[in-house]
Design a binder for this molecule. Structure first.
Ligand SMILES: [Zn+2]
Length: 464
């Protein structure tokens, strides 16, 4: 059970309230005392509430408040360690306005937590609580870093717009939701049912009727569901398979553009298909280094990528590579965190219809990487799941290794929603037996490539 600490105060929105100690998440046993130290404006009377007790913090020096307390037994887990951090709440915090272009809403108060939908500049959200550098927000629910916006007083209007018009751009199958002022959004998608939903938290709708998209070959009609206080939900059915999409704020509209699925000839499924291959790591970044012979992952990845390119081209695909030799993809002087986005940018520039990132594993997905075998395929977007699933078995079969199937994972290179994207861990380079054996065989890259091609073809011809 999570120990929940509530700090309540009459003080209005004030970002200067900071918990100095303890450090969160904290470990505590049932009989331990917790020293709580909080910095804030002087002359206040903040109270501390755990699940069993309530006490006032003493102002020791102007603006420095302390309390000493024992957590209640019910706040602790069986082995005496807390499962999570303490949560703190300081008064009504007010309204947070996003000032970054695309702030990253997360599921928890640090960059270790998963990303949710990006939030556009200008969006205002109600603050629930603050923890460290992060604010918890409502509608949509999630956490943003303090540095991504400004805190406004609690009385500030959220200024959410009104969904006043839905337009489908003729011929382009692009949906524009006109709203006046920027708002946050969340998406849901059902790849099998070919449906896409855009939730607009806090945005009421003036278009309660069904909008028929008469000019669209892909979108038969659009339905708006009012959600009361929670805003509105726009439901967009699609005639064609949901391949990917682009969703962004443009002028006073939120624009949704589904990626047209490729036209597939079942006899030659790869023909004309634009595919970007990403050989993981490169240059200074070797990736995993084998413990037996010092084989570098970046070289293995490139060997498989080249073999895969050759086979895809034979089938008529148009292949681009994020790198063809041993170098990093972003410019030398670019910041370190630009590297992964540079790889995604190669695919976006090429208007790729598939993206495959190739790696060799060292991560302890199974207990000991030194004796681990097998393939792991990762996807992030729902539209990518089928591709991950389709590759898993044929790849494992082609190289004669066990398949650990497919997993959802938030990796930067496969997060973009424009096209199906997967990250393939072909096998374990951290296993010296494999490093000295199978992975060194000249035929290995071609075998792995054959398996991946088979999987890609299976994915393409499915429900065509
Ligand atoms: Zn890697």
């Amino acid at each position: 059970m999570l120990l929940t600490l509530m700090l309540s105060t009459a003080v209005a929105a004030d970002p200067t309230w900071t918990v100095l100690s303890p450090a969160f998440p904290l470990d505590a046993t049932e009989d331990s005392w917790i020293e709580l130290e909080v910095k804030g404006p002087p002359g206040q009377h903040p109270r501390l509430q755990s699940s069993r007790s309530s006490l006032e913090l003493k102002e020791e020096r102007p603006g420095l408040y302390r309390a000493r307390f024992q957590p209640a037994p019910g706040d602790l887990t069986l082995d005496g360690q807390m499962l999570g951090g303490c949560r703190t709440h300081i008064g009504p915090l007010g309204v947070f306005e996003v000032t970054k272009d695309n702030a990253i809403l997360r599921t928890g108060p640090s960059s270790d937590y998963d990303r949710q939908t990006p939030v556009t500049r200008g969006v205002r959200l109600e603050v629930v609580q603050r923890q460290g550098d992060y604010l918890q927000l409502r509608n949509p629910d999630g956490w943003l870093r303090l540095g991504e916006g400004t805190l406004l007083p609690p009385q500030t209007s959220l200024g959410n717009g009104l969904l006043s018009l839905i337009r489908v751009t003729p011929g382009e199958n692009r949906v524009q939701l006109q709203m006046g002022s920027p708002c946050a959004w969340q998406v849901r998608q059902d790849v099998e049912q070919r449906k896409f939903w855009i939730e607009l938290p806090g945005v009421p709708s003036a278009t309660f009727h069904t909008a028929y998209a008469q000019n669209s070959s892909n979108i038969p009609s659009i339905r708006v569901h009012p959600l009361g206080e929670r805003g509105s939900m726009v439901e967009i059915p699609l005639r064609r398979r949901l391949w990917g999409y682009h969703l962004a704020w443009k002028n006073d509209c939120l624009e949704f553009t589904p990626t047209p699925p490729p036209r597939i000839d079942p006899k030659h499924p790869l023909r004309g298909l634009r595919i970007t291959l990403d050989a993981g790591h490169g240059g200074e970044d070797s990736g995993t280094v084998g413990l037996g012979l010092g084989v570098k992952e970046k070289d293995m990845n490139l060997a498989v990528a080249r073999a895969l390119r050759e086979r895809l081209r034979k089938g008529g695909a148009i292949v681009t590579m994020t790198r063809e030799t041993d170098h990093q993809v972003s410019p030398e002087d670019a910041p370190a965190d630009a590297e992964l986005q540079s790889r995604v940018d190669v695919a976006l520039r090429a208007r790729a219809q598939l993206f495959i990132s190739l790696h060799h594993n060292a991560r302890p997905d199974v207990k000991d990487g030194r004796v681990a075998h097998g393939t792991h395929i990762y996807y992030y977007q729902p539209a990518s799941r089928g591709l991950a699933q389709a590759i898993a078995a044929p790849l494992a079969r082609a190289i004669g290794e066990p398949s650990y199937q497919h997993f959802w994972r938030s990796f930067a290179v496969i997060r973009q929603p424009e096209m199906p994207a997967v990250l393939v861990e072909c096998n374990f380079l951290s296993n010296p037996g494999l490093e000295k054996g199978m992975l060194r065989q000249p035929a290995y890259p071609a075998k792995a490539a054959d398996g991946i091609v088979k999987g890609v073809e299976n994915f393409l011809v499915r429900d065509m």
